[in-house]
Design a protein around this ligand. Sequence first.
Ligand SMILES: Nc1ncnc2c1ncn2[C@@H]1O[C@H](COP(=O)(O)OP(=O)(O)OP(=O)(O)O)[C@@H](O)[C@H]1O
Ligand SMILES: [Mg+2]
Length: 260
Amino acid sequence: MTSPQRQQTMHGSAQTALYIEDLTVEFDGFRAVDELTLLVDYGGIHGIIGPNGAGKTTVMDVITGVTKPRAGTVLLDRTHDVIGMHLSDRAAHGIGRKFQKPSVFEHLTVRENIALGVREYPDSLLREVLRGGGPAKRARVDEVLDTIALAAVADAEAGTLAHGQKQWLEIGMVLARDPRVLMLDEPVAGMSNTEREATAELLQRLRSPERAILLVEHDMQFVGQVSDRVSVMHEGKLLADGTMDQVTSDPEVVRVYLGR
Ligand SMILES: Nc1ncnc2c1ncn2[C@@H]1O[C@H](COP(=O)(O)OP(=O)(O)OP(=O)(O)O)[C@@H](O)[C@H]1O
Ligand SMILES: [Mg+2]
C-alpha cells in the first residue's frame, strides 16, 4: 500500500490543475460519463468537443458539484478532493463556471452584475454597505470591465446588452472571483462572426500561468483557434486527446463526430 501522500504526488505534474480519473456518472443506470480520465493543465486552454449528449456538460457539473458521480476521482492541484468538497468550498478554491445558458441580472447595471461576483475584500463592512464596495473591490470591477471590453457600457442595464455582450458579462461575473479553474460551456453559441472573434481575443486575455481554462464548444473552428489541447468525448468516454490537428485526423473521431 502506498501512503496517501505518495499517491498524491503521482496525480499529474506540477502543471496539473485538475486530475480526473475513471470518472463515471450514471442517471438511472445510463452512463453519461464512462470511466473518463482527463488532466487539465494550468496556463492553457483545454477544449472539449464531441457530439450532443457526449457528457461534456456533465463533466463540468461534477466539477462544480451540481452532479454527484458514481465513481472516480477529481483532484484540484493534485491534492484537494473536489468531489468531497462543499459547493461553497469549490468556489473558495477557485473553481468558476459559466453555464451554457446566460443568466445575468437584467435590471442591474453591467458594473453591478460584476460586483456581485467579486470576492469580499477585508474593507470596512459599513463602507461596503454605504458606498457599494471599498476601493479594492471597485478596482477589481474596473479591471474585469476592461478585460471583458464592456467598460463603455458599465452603467447600462444588463438587459439592454446584445447577446454577445451578455455572454461576455457572464464571463466577467465568473472572472470577478479570479478563478484558477475557469470552465466555459459553449461561450460562442449563437454569436455573430464579429462577436466570436472578440470572444477569441477575450479568451487570450484570460490566459494565465495560474489559471486553467476548460472550454466546451461545438464550434470547431473556434476551438481550434483558441485551444492548446483538445479532448474528444463520445458516449461518456474519451475518444481522442491532443492538438486539434491530431484529434481531427483520428479515424474514430472522423467516424463518430466529424463525418456526420
Ligand atoms: N440530470 C440528468 N438526468 C438524466 N440524464 C441526464 C442529466 N444530465 C444529462 N443527462 C444525459 O446525459 C447525457 C450527457 O449529457 P450532457 O449534457 O453532459 O452532454 P453534452 O456533451 O454536454 O451535450 P451537448 O453538446 O448537447 O450540450 C445525455 O444523454 C443527457 O441526456
Ligand atoms: Mg452540453
